[in-house]
Design a protein around this ligand. Structure first.
Ligand code: TNX
Length: 532
């Protein structure tokens, strides 16, 4: 009997040690420093929450996440305190100290507090977000985190022109970004294959430009496709857009709209042929590619674009407006009377300088309204608009040129940031646009081009994952391409290179699968060993 008792006591002790460990921290993106301490904090409905009112926006969000656990705040067994600390120098930084009696989060801004809460959230069991999740007390490991992002711009892009996705899906995408401490959603709203934003002044944009006579583009385009008579597409109403922008801002995410010009504008020209060079009617594009019918540089076009932007500015309070600028073939401009007359009257050398005239003119318009422009690296063509930020996608040359001439740059090179590329060479990979970008390569990305000096490197605002959707007709498919590469991009942007480690990331990612499952995110999960 004595022996049994000894065994029983040992077993109890073992249990106790097990319990005193809490959930091992598995945070993505990895914090700058994390130190495990002795003891466990037990989070429950008796945890007393206090906060400085300056940080209220972050705390409000926490309450929506955790209402089932932090319901009553009556018993006061222990405390969670969110306090303002203006000594933390990075405006998005925070410290998180967890001891058995107190969770103490300190931040200089609501953003910093929000990221601290996201880290805390990742210390809780993944089931925490399941409605009605009941817990007598969630054990959290005592620890000290000191954290701040490496880059101020941490972006994800989504193309909704080639295929459109529901408002709920856009919110789900934003939720995932927020969890990963990303802060910018680049919303690619217009392209040759469909116009997706409601514009009241030009109703044909939504009656005609928002729909095409073909459901599928991408790989289906080479095969004969029977048009079933139903138009395909749609657009987001201004009310829906306002709702999304507000939803994102509660999650500390800025939504930057992209309105493409002068290229990728065939959908517009299908509704308003007079804005093109030939005046001829064209259809909303049903295949992927680069199209020659682009905006003409006549006054009527500029008036149209200014009117459109006026409505766009009402919907999007972002400092930046993305005006495209990529892949604008000059074929039509070469033979267009209006464009040639413009070249003459402005004393320009050629059509490349005419592109620069176009972008600079739109920049002036937006600057006068207190906004800044971002353009793809083609905006370097024929000279760079004075205040523009360059989004560098064709390698890093654009970024190097931009930064060396004192312009801000955002890194999205195809080599490391194109999530429409294949992510594995498994045979069951769905058909993709080509290119090969496995998870490990995304993870290894250093957004600062080698050619830049320390001084010049300051112009690199950060990096962004791009999700072009020619080959992604469904929301499930988008998720499969975006996850887990989005997680790697989050760590590229947040974590300094000396704190990055791919093997460790993969371990944390495997743990993260449970979270993604609970959030019903259709991630690809066979990507960690790369063959090619
Ligand atoms: C080029 S990247 C484009 C997009 C396509 C993408 C496909 C860029 C600025 N333009 O229109 O969707 O390639 O990867």
């Amino acid at each position: 009997e004595k022996a049994l008792l000894v065994i029983f006591c040992c077993a109890m002790l073992a249990c106790k040690t097990e319990a005193s460990k809490g959930v091992v921290p598995q945070i993505i993106p990895a914090p700058q420093s994390l130190q495990i301490e002795e003891g466990i904090f037990e989070l429950s409905s008796n945890t007393y929450l206090t906060f400085d009112k300056e940080l209220q926006p972050a705390v409000d969000f926490w309450k929506t996440l955790s209402s089932s656990v932090l319901g009553s705040n009556t018993g006061k067994t222990n405390e969670m305190r969110v306090s303002l600390d203006e000594n933390i120098t990075n405006p998005e930084g925070y410290t998180l100290d967890i001891t058995p009696d107190l969770i103490h989060l300190k931040a200089p801004t609501p953003e910093g507090a929000f990221y601290g809460l996201q880290s805390l959230f990742q210390l809780l069991p993944p089931e925490f977000v399941v409605p009605d999740y009941e817990s007598e007390g969630i054990e959290i490991q005592s620890l000290k985190i000191k954290d701040a992002p490496q880059f101020p711009y941490r972006g994800m892009h989504l193309d909704v022109s080639r295929h459109m996705y529901s408002v709920d899906f856009i919110k789900k995408y934003i939720d995932a970004m927020a969890m990963l401490k990303m802060n910018t959603f680049h919303w690619h709203l217009t392209d040759d294959q469909g116009w997706r934003v409601e514009i009241k002044k030009y109703p044909k944009l939504n009656e005609i430009s928002s729909y095409r006579n073909e459901t599928l583009i991408g790989h289906y385009s080479d095969q004969p496709h029977q048009f079933d008579g139903k138009r395909y597409g749609g657009f987001y109403t201004q009310e829906e857009i306002k709702d999304i922008v507000d939803y994102a801002s509660k999650r500390m995410i800025t939504v930057i709209p992209e309105i493409e010009m002068p290229g990728h504008s065939q959908a517009v020209i299908s509704a308003y042929p007079e804005l093109g060079c030939t005046g001829e009617q064209v259809d909303v594009a049903t295949k992927w590619g680069v199209f020659e019918d682009i905006y003409c540089t006549k006054e009527k076009t500029f008036k149209f674009l200014e009117d459109v932007l006026d409505e766009v500015l009402e919907l999007f309070p972002s400092e930046y407006i993305h005006i495209g600028g990529d892949e604008a073939p000059k074929t039509r401009w070469k033979t267009c009377k209006d464009c040639q007359a413009r070249i003459q009257s402005e004393g320009l050398k050629d059509e490349h300088e005419l592109q620069n005239y176009f972008i600079t003119r739109m920049e002036k318009y937006l600057n006068a309204k207190g906004r800044q422009i971002i353009g793809w690296d083609e905006i370097l063509e024929g000279g760079l608009a004075p205040n523009a930020t360059v989004m560098s996608w064709r390698g890093t040359d654009g970024a190097v040129k931009g930064a060396q001439s004192g312009h801000n740059v955002i890194m999205t090179p195809t080599s490391h940031a194109y999530f429409d590329y294949y992510q594995s060479d498994n045979e069951d990979e769905p058909l993709a646009i080509g290119g090969f970008l496995p998870l490990e390569k995304v993870y290894g990305f250093n957004p600062i081009p080698e050619e830049l000096s320390k001084e010049e490197a300051r112009y690199v605002l950060g990096a962004q994952g791009n999700v072009w959707t020619e080959y992604m007709p469904t929301e499930d498919h988008v998720e499969n391409m975006a996850f887990p590469r989005m997680l790697a991009m989050a760590e590229v942007n947040w974590t300094t290179p000396d704190n990055k480690n791919y093997a460790d990331f993969v371990k944390r990612l495997e743990y993260f699968h449970k979270r993604l499952d609970i959030l019903d995110i259709n991630y690809a999960n066979h990507l960690y060993e790369t063959k090619g």
